[in-house]
Design a protein. Structure first.
Length: 361
């Protein structure tokens, strides 16, 4: 079976110059859709579960679901990742249930709402890094608070995220601080803030550099060329999915997401993990709405969940291809957690700061 850690997968992505979409799941249909897409194009996958997903689906169900997917698709490397862990316990229990990677989001305090200070973020992230690396699991940290550069507002998504107004500098990761953060915590991947936010309502127009600060990514990559960068809130909120939802009775006001070409630009500058949930939610919702409107007498869930899965599969497959992951699964030989633990213990995976990737190899 091909479970892989985030670190090993993103090291491979950096070596071959591609990005890996990280798709959120809450149920079997979403898991099957992601793996079907990966199978079609031979792409490695990152599946992530939020705290909300873990309580919705139940840890035991999720554990067995991932086991089942790995058994069905033994040739596809699967990284199972905790999305937005709020404290050490969330991260530790994720690993206990078979996750190979965790995000310790110390940009917010344990309530997942209050912006945390830098020292707190370093302390809690480092504690999780120590614990995870002992067993070979990977850690993503976050520096900077997600929110809109258009409005200055933080974003609250199902109980996660700051609700009020933030200073402009809190919404943009400071490149010097990023260097210090990676050195102090030894995270395997770093999520940064540069104007993206969760959910469908990211921008009121097609974003330009004022509201989607891709230059921050480029600046951080210049200083940390060996650190894997993560873009959260990176759904593209495609117009056709907005149109399907609205055509079949939905009421989504016009909105814009993160254009795929901006993500592709990020991938050229160290972005290796791209978080996508909203696009898949929209794809499934559009397909279900269509069935309900066209066949109001239908009441067999399989009749609308199958088209919903198919719509999600199409989005996942498209992103795998657009981010360059197609054809990569068969090039990877996943290492077990125990082998990764030895590599950490030997100091092989410590951050390489201030040297070029080529010199580091
Ligand atoms: O972090 C945001 C993801 O879209 C997960 O959202 O907390 O509603 O599961 P959720
Ligand atoms: P979207 O809401 O843009 O899909 O972002 C998902 C995400 O960042 C999960 O951590
Ligand atoms: Zn996120």
């Amino acid at each position: 079976m091909a479970r892989i850690t985030l670190r090993q997968l993103l090291d491979h992505a950096a070596e071959y110059g591609y990005g890996v979409p990280a798709f959120n799941i809450n149920n079997m249909e979403q898991g099957l859709a992601i793996l079907e897409a990966a199978d079609k194009v031979d792409a490695p996958v990152i599946i992530q579960a939020s705290r909300g997903a873990r309580s919705y689906a139940n840890d035991i169900v999720l554990k067995h679901l991932i086991d089942a997917l790995a058994e069905m698709y033994p040739h596809i490397p699967i990284c199972m990742h905790q999305d937005h862990g709020n404290n050490e316990a969330t991260c530790a229990t994720a690993i206990q249930y078979g996750f190979t990677s965790v995000m310790m989001d110390g940009s917010l305090k344990a309530d997942a709402k209050t912006p945390a200070d830098y020292d707190y973020n370093v302390r809690v992230t480092k504690a999780v890094v120590d614990m995870a690396h002992w067993v070979g699991a990977s850690v993503e940290g976050e520096l900077g608070v997600l929110g809109s550069l258009e409005t200055g507002m933080g974003e609250k998504e199902d109980g996660h995220g700051f609700e009020g107004k933030l200073d402009h500098d809190q919404l943009l990761t400071d490149p010097d601080q990023a260097v210090d953060f990676v050195r102090a915590t030894e995270v395997d991947a770093l999520a940064i803030a540069m104007g993206t936010s969760h959910g469908a309502y990211k921008f009121t127009r097609k974003p330009d550099g004022d509201v989607l600060a891709m230059n921050v990514i480029e600046e951080i990559h210049r200083r940390l060329p060996n650190t894997h960068l993560v873009m959260h809130g990176s759904s593209s909120v495609p117009q056709d999915l907005q149109d399907i939802i609205n055509k079949y009775g939905g009421e989504m006001p016009q909105t814009w997401g993160v254009p795929v070409e901006e993500i592709q630009r990020g991938i050229k500058h160290g972005v290796r993990k791209i978080n996508i949930d909203t696009d898949n939610r929209m794809a499934m919702t559009g397909a279900i709405r269509k069935i309900f409107v066209e066949n109001p007498g239908e009441f067999d869930p399989r009749k609308y969940l199958k088209p919903a899965m198919e719509a999600m599969r199409a989005v996942c497959q498209q992103r795998m291809e657009e981010f360059g992951g197609a054809g990569m699964a068969s090039k990877i030989k996943p290492l077990p957690l125990s082998a990764m633990a030895k590599r950490y213990a030997a100091g092989e995976l410590a951050p390489k700061i201030g040297i070029t990737r080529q010199a580091a190899e």
